[in-house]
Design a protein around this ligand. Structure first.
Ligand code: TXA
Ligand code: MG
Length: 311
């Protein structure tokens, strides 16, 4: 049992790598959200992730590696996957790939699916940590299961302080939304909309990316109620009611407490702000009205997260 969670300076990556090596849990920044990392080959360490997050055991974890060569040590990359890796790694893209027999991964990571979610993050602190640690790091978002994903070290500590060894404080996350998850089943399938718009994936492959309709291969973590704030959310609102605070997109002037995802209507800026604004409003209000957000590009992932948060 851990009592105090250290806040590590990003120029002390070797301390974070040493903790991972010892089987401890370390939260670290990625460009999407903060991840809760553990040595993906260590059963006890991986089990610790589920315990710290109170996460349902059937839910497999994304494995983070430093580069393509490290990805090839744990998974097989079919042609389409290779093309996407070349185009978008490092970056906010997770590929669901067949696990190699000699991957060495803990069975808890893959939940016995025969596939593994692999990601090469872009964030320089994450990269440095993966390089110094020198092995695969299992990392779900660093929040208690079902709660809003963390985009700062403070968010991580709000949810997991006392339950993990350390958090590397790398400041706010650039993208602010989890990675886009792509699986392969006779071509690419979008399993989770995320920080990389699926239009870009389709363009890189020169083929359509199907939206997942088959529950059997859907990302098992995609439970309907997810990203749940304590406050009640009302989506696609035209204006706030008297007892609501306002989460807006684009210019507006309402006479209630409010935060704006993007004054100028920029979806990238809105994605970056989404979880931080939800965290902030959740602390001050019981009811949040959310203005409409277009469902193109990153808007698809933003609306997905808002719908889960509202259900
Ligand atoms: O941006 C991100 O992806 C962040 C950062 C930390 O990398 N991670 C993240 O992890 O969002 P998590 O655990 O919160 O979400 C991972 C999702 C879950 O829905 C899980 O079920 C799905 O990926 N997943 C993982 N491995 C899978 C597999 N082999 N097959 C299908 N879905 C998988
Ligand atoms: Mg999560």
């Amino acid at each position: 049992m851990i009592n105090t969670t250290q806040r590590l300076n990003p120029n002390n990556i070797s301390a974070a790598a040493a903790l991972l090596r010892g089987g401890d849990l370390v939260a670290f920044p990625t460009e999407t959200v903060y991840g809760l990392g553990a040595d993906a080959r260590n059963d006890r360490a991986v089990a610790g992730i589920f315990a710290a997050k109170s996460r349902p055991q059937f839910n497999p974890l994304i494995v983070h590696v430093a580069d393509l060569a490290a990805a090839e040590e744990i998974a097989e990359l079919p042609t389409d996957a290779r093309a996407l890796a070349a185009a978008f790694w490092p970056g906010p893209l997770t590929l669901i790939l067949p696990t190699r027999n000699d991957s060495g991964l803990s069975d808890l990571v893959t939940a016995g699916l025969g596939t593994v979610g692999v990601r090469v993050p872009f964030n320089p602190i994450a990269k440095q940590l993966l390089k110094e640690f020198g092995g695969p790091v299992a990392a779900p978002s660093a929040n208690p299961s079902g709660k809003i994903s963390p985009t700062s070290a403070d968010h991580v500590l709000d949810g997991l302080s006392g339950k993990i060894a350390a958090v590397v404080d790398g400041g706010p996350c650039d993208v602010g939304l989890e990675s886009t998850i792509i699986g392969f089943d006779n071509g690419p399938v979008l399993l989770r909309a995320g920080g990389l718009p699926s239009e870009l994936i389709a363009a890189a492959l020169g083929m359509e990316v199907r939206k997942n309709t088959d529950d059997a291969i859907s990302a098992p973590g995609q439970l309907k109620s997810h990203y749940a704030p304590k406050a009640k959310l009302r989506l696609n609102a035209e204006a706030p009611q008297a007892d609501e605070v306002w989460l807006g997109f684009g210019s507006h002037t309402f006479d209630v407490q409010s935060l704006n995802l993007s004054q100028s209507g920029d979806l990238t800026e809105a994605a970056t702000n989404l979880f931080a604004h939800m965290h902030a409003l959740d602390k001050v209000a019981a009811k949040i009205a959310v203005g409409p957000i277009p469902s193109t590009g990153l808007g698809l992932a933003i609306n997905d997260r808002l719908e889960r948060a509202a259900s």
